[in-house]
Design a binder for this molecule. Sequence first.
Ligand code: CUA
Length: 151
Amino acid sequence: KYEKIWLLFGIISLILFLSIVGVSAFGFNHHPSGGMETIDPTKVENTAPFDEPGVKKLEDGTYEVVVIAEAFSFNPGDIKVPAGEKVVFKVTSKDVTHSFSIVDTTVNMMVVPGRVNTKTFKFDKPGKYLILCNEYCGGGHHYMSTEIEVV
Ligand code: CUA
C-alpha cells in the first residue's frame, strides 16, 4: 500500500517539475530581449515604421511619433502633436547610443541602435518642449537637440 503512495508522490513530483521547466522555457521564449522590438541599425530607413519618420494618427486615436536619432540630430526636426492625446514615441538609432529626453516630462529614454525604444506620454499643456540627447554620443553631443510643439 505504501509503495503505491510513494509511486504516486513520485509521479506528481515529476509532473510538477516538468511543468515548472515548461513554464520557464515558455516565458523565456516569449521575451527574447526583455520584450523589446529589434531592428537592423544599417537598414533603419528601409524598415517600417522608420521608413516614414514623423507624426501619424493611428486608428485608435493615439498619435505615433517615429524618430530616428543619429550623431548629432533627430529626424524629423519638427514634431507637432496635440495636447491631451496619447502619444507613442518610437525611436531608434542609426549609429551609437543616444537618448530621447523631453525636458520637464517623464520622457527620458535610452535610444539604443538595434532596438525600437518606445515610450507613451500625454502632454497636458500646449507649448514648445525641448528634446535633448542626454547620453554622451560624441563631439556634437551638446548640439543634439530639437523641439516638439504641443498644440
Ligand atoms: Cu546623441 Cu548625445
